[in-house]
Structures are given as C-alpha cells and as structure tokens.
Design a protein around this ligand. Structure first.
Ligand code: G3P
Length: 220
C-alpha cells in the first residue's frame, strides 16, 4: 500500500499540543523514516509553527477559511498557511461544521491555489452531495463513532464500499475515520476501497502513542 495515507488529527488533545506535540512529532518522524506510505498530521492552530519540526511529515490545518490577506480577524487564511509551508487542511470536521456555501467557496478557493482540502462528511447522502465539488480527499467519518471503540470499517463497510466507488469516478481519494485503533481496521478499510485513514484517539490517547502509530502503519 505505498500510496496509502495515514492522517493523524491531533485535535486539541492535551497529549498533542504545545511541547508534547513537538515530542510526539519527533517520534512520528522516526517511524515515518521507515515507511513508504504518506503520514500527515493535522495540528491545532496554536501549534502550526511546529510544521517545520519534521520534514518527512506533511502537515495540515484543522480548519481553513476562504480568505487571503486582509481584515479577517480570527480567520485562518489559506494564503498565510501556504506561506508557512502548509498546503492542506481538514474542512467541515464533525467537531467544527460549516455551512454548505462555505464548503463550496473554500474548496473553490483551494483549487485556485493548489491547496489540498480534506472534506469531512458524515454519511453517504453528504458524500453524494459534495463529491462533485472534488476536494483532494473526502474523509468519511460517522459522527456517532468518533472517539469510540467500534471502527468505521467494522460498523459501516457497505457505506465505505459505495463511497469509494463513487469517489473514484470523480478522482477523489476516500479516507475513512472514527474508532480506528489497529492494523486490522486499517487493512479492512483498504480492502473496502479507502485510500487512507484519519485517526485521532487511537494514536494520541493510546498509552503508547508511538507504538500505536507504528503498529497502525505496519500495513504497507
Ligand atoms: O478526525 C479524526 C477523528 O474525528 C476520528 O477520531 O478518535 O475516532 O480516531 P477517533
């Protein structure tokens, strides 16, 4: 699975912010050195300065607004992220949902700049609605499974298969997330057609986060 994408969302977990995030990234970077798959980390906005801490990891923001430079208090500017070497962002995560028109304008703004949007969606209806907007990735994450112990690959295999088929018609890569904890969940996701996984608590809240990532990424 050389092109498989492992995306880890640090959220605002205590274990993955500030100096603790920097230490985690140091370990992630060593793990990534031994892998062929791509490793991406979504940082808290307060920690985006860590994006130059590990050259072999791609970093993304957890949210972005469709604005450049100017009078945009509190917004996260795409142009400003790009200037800092960050070329992607999550969008519309279940914990930070945005209105439909903002999804469309943000993906359009990203297209114009070659910026990679990972559009988070909760069900097949939403995937059908937005696949034609063609973000770089669609991340299918059923809200009710996020942070739990039942993996999306176990609970919603039929949705993953249908979503993967639909996304491939539009040349959009499908990621799946929610409850992913081990390499079996990753393998199943891959078999169902996903091009990557989006994971948070299974790594960040694990007793041994580096061991957890290492074992997730053992599927190559
Ligand atoms: O963005 C990833 C996330 O929402 C999945 O969370 O803790 O179920 O891996 P978790």
């Amino acid at each position: 699975m050389p092109d498989f994408c492992y995306m880890v969302n640090f959220k605002h977990y205590f274990e993955a912010t500030g100096e603790r995030a920097r230490i985690l990234l140091d370990g992630f970077s060593k793990i990534q050195n031994r892998r062929k798959s791509s490793l991406q980390v979504a940082l808290s906005p307060l920690d985006l300065n860590l994006s130059n801490a590990a050259g072999n990891i791609s970093f993304l923001a957890q949210h972005v607004d469709p604005v450049g430079y100017g009078a945009y208090t509190g917004k996260i500017s795409m142009e400003s992220l790009i200037e800092r070497g960050i070329h992607g962002s999550l969008l519309n995560h279940s914990e930070n949902r945005i209105p439909p028109e903002q999804i469309i304008s943000t993906v359009k703004h990203a297209d114009d700049l070659g910026f990679n949007i990972t559009l988070c969606l909760e069900n097949m209806g939403e995937i059908e609605k937005y696949v034609g907007v063609t973000p770089r990735y669609i991340a299918y994450e059923p809200r009710e499974l996020i942070g739990g112990n039942i993996s999306v690959s176990t609970a919603r295999p039929d949705v993953i298969e249908n979503a993967a088929r639909l996304c491939s018609k539009f040349d959009v890569d499908l990621l799946v997330g929610a409850g992913i904890k081990n390499s079996g969940d990753v393998e199943k996701s891959f078999e169902l057609g996903a091009k990557g996984v989006l994971v948070a608590s299974g790594v960040v809240k694990a007793q041994d986060p580096l061991g957890a990532l290492n074992s997730l990424m053992s599927i190559q």
